[in-house]
Design a protein around this ligand. Sequence first.
Ligand SMILES: [Fe+2]
Ligand SMILES: [Fe+2]
Length: 314
Amino acid sequence: MAESPAVSEHVLHELEPSVERLLAQHLDAARDWLPHQYVPWTASLDFDGPLDGTPWSPDQSSLPQAVRDALVVNLLTEDNLPSYHFEIASRFGRDGAWGAWVHRWTAEEDRHASVLRAYVHARRAVDPVALEELRMRHVGTGFRTGLPTLLHSLAYVTVQELATRQAHRNTGAVCQDQAGELLMARIAADENLHMLFYRGLFADALALFPDEAMTALADVLRDFAMPGAAIPGFRSRAARIAASGIYNLDVHREYVVAPLVRALKVMSLPGLGPVGEQARERLGTYLEQLAERAARTRELSARMASLKQAAITA
Ligand SMILES: [Fe+2]
Ligand SMILES: [Fe+2]
């Protein structure tokens, strides 16, 4: 059940000094960068259509298939910024320190889709017509989390920024293209600062509202799905992305869930009442299950890799 506006207002009010402090830290740490400098323009060609250029064909890209899948998922995920802006603007408000964060964050995020799309087209990485059709469908559907409380929203964005950082970083690391690697490391650095902002805010939320924040974190981690999960054809792309090690359950556990739980000192947090203790227990059970599932994913990947190797050498 959604919380009352009075409860949201109270949480917003209590956390406003934290937002002010963390926004100042963010502005201090953020380095401005120019998206156009990261696009390999010399490699690009006009396309067919009004400019009568060269149509796209699959052989024009040398990027690995899983990297192309990851680029499509990462880009379409970034494309849905209007929905994310609406989510946080309607939750956090557009005034004071919260509003300043919402607008600054939106301005920074807006670079990601535009520069990724320029890169993808300059490298002729994916079918531009199919990509545009997917964008229309994905953005046309919109995205909503449907989370019940403000603290759930805060927990979600904390996890999501870190997951996105990892997805961009790992895509760049295996893309076999120096320009792509530089660009995706640059975007990942933005996502990292966003994560640090939200993680700092969530740490303060755990101190101020331990039971409610613990409940929110347990719920969000257990049900977490990347915002790109609604992209048409997501499952087959996600399977290839997982097999390549760019993003899978093991990565999610090792680089997203475990570091967050550690940094927020969730398992030793003092001051919990019965509701918070119950939530922490739920979280502990989830972490155990995640570790088991991640280990199975790892074994499966290793088996598949050795089968592939055997097929190559046969
Ligand atoms: Fe982003
Ligand atoms: Fe971000």
